[in-house]
Ligand binder design. Structure first.
Ligand SMILES: [Mn+2]
Length: 392
């Protein structure tokens, strides 16, 4: 039995407000599907954040529909769960809504209701395989109980191989920026393969005969992914599931190159040496790269000169150039940029230091969570804040 695991396409996101980046994400999604189909899988599992927003632009919705149609038209089922990005408040109907519900209706209408499988949460038997899926649940909601109950039902259904799909930050699997559940919560279940979404870098962990894996996103979604992306790239996973064991093929996607740099500059000579190096680097790619960097200026170079000169030299051969200039090294800023960790603590400490009532502090943190961890922006953010205020 072969399944292909993919996740986190974030369709509709236009990184850096660039149409090209929106197209890049569609391209990566379609490439992932092409490569998945080549594997001739019995099933495709999608672990959430297909869309970047719970109210995606019709363009993103159509692209998603067209891509998934290519899967189901071949008679291949796709199982999917909601990620945090596709869950939001419908303030008129006073309920949580998701664009995956609309996709489900559409596929059902055109006769593919049996092949487009949304688990919310739920369980489904496909031949000799049982798949269970739990959509994203925010911190505080205990999903361990849901997993345990699905595990029990799966075992009751048949003596089959089984797959669990979740969209959570699992402590013990990732450098926990957002730990939401513990590894023990999933390890104590009996699923053969646990497919995970939410974390955008690939992580494959074996434990005896079982495998727990994040396939990672199909493109660079957040800038904090860049350094890992430059070393490893982006993937989908082709999983050969067998009674005797699990074989995993990591299939690399061909995605837009990124260049990340961090340099200290003392003189104009340093600056032009850096530019020369970057120009060479940028020119070595077939596809125009995105360049992100920071320069720490220590000498008496004119403020703004490095930024202007680097941009001018690279712009033609790059899709996007983002250079930040620092006069003094700021330890906090540096930490934040290098690791992406620490932001939550910084905000938490800041909120703690303000004279607020406990419930006000809690609400402030929840609002910060919505923005930082759950990725809610614009109207979605406002709707969620209104809902929270109503609850409190
Ligand atoms: Mn995601």
């Amino acid at each position: 039995m072969r399944i292909v695991h993919m996740s986190d396409n974030h369709l509709g996101k236009a990184q850096f407000h660039l149409a090209e980046r929106e197209e890049d994400l569609y391209r990566a999604f379609n490439q992932a599907i092409d490569l998945a189909l080549k594997e001739k899988p019995d099933l495709i599992v999608h672990t959430g954040d297909l869309f970047d927003s719970y109210r995606p632009h019709p363009r993103a919705f159509v692209r998603a529909f067209e891509g998934i149609l290519r899967i189901v038209e071949r008679g291949i089922p796709i199982a999917i769960i909601e990620g945090n990005h596709e869950l939001g408040a419908d303030t008129i109907r006073k309920r949580i809504t998701s664009p995956l519900i609309n996709l489900e209706k559409l596929f059902s209408k055109i006769g593919y209701g049996n092949l487009f499988i949304r688990l919310s949460p739920g369980l489904k038997r496909i031949g000799d395989l049982v798949i269970a899926g739990v959509p994203y649940a925010s911190r505080g909601v205990r999903i361990a109980d849901t997993i345990e109950s699905l595990d029990r039902k799966a075992r009751g259904l048949c003596n089959c191989l089984s797959v669990l799909m979740i969209h959570q930050g699992v402590k013990g699997m990732i450098k926990a920026i957002y730990p939401e559940i513990d590894f023990s919560d999933i390890a104590k279940s009996s699923f053969n393969y646990t497919a995970m979404g939410h974390y955008h870098n690939k992580v494959v962990r074996r434990s005896g005969m079982r495998v727990f894996a994040y396939s990672g996103s199909t493109e660079v979604i957040e800038t904090r992914e860049i350094s890992t992306y430059m070393r490893e790239g982006k993937y989908i996973l082709s999983v050969d599931l067998d009674r005797d064991g699990i074989d995993i093929k990591e299939i690399k996607l061909k995605t837009r190159p990124f260049i990340l740099f961090s340099e200290k500059i003392e003189s104009t000579r340093d600056l032009y040496m850096l530019i020369e190096k970057l120009v060479k680097d940028v020119s070595s790619y077939e596809i125009k790269p995105v360049v992100m960097g920071k320069v720490q200026v220590t000498g008496n170079l004119r403020a703004g000169l490095p930024t202007i000169e680097i941009r001018r030299a690279l712009l033609e051969k790059s899709l996007h150039v983002n250079v930040r200039e620092f006069r003094k090294s700021s330890e906090v800023e540096e930490k934040e940029i290098l690791t992406g960790i620490g932001v939550e603590d910084l905000v938490r400490n800041a909120i703690e230091s303000i004279r607020l009532e406990e419930d006000e502090k809690r609400l402030s943190l929840r609002i910060f969570d919505l923005w930082y961890r759950e990725g809610k922006r614009g109207e979605a953010f406002v709707n969620e804040v209104l809902r929270l205020a109503e609850e409190e």
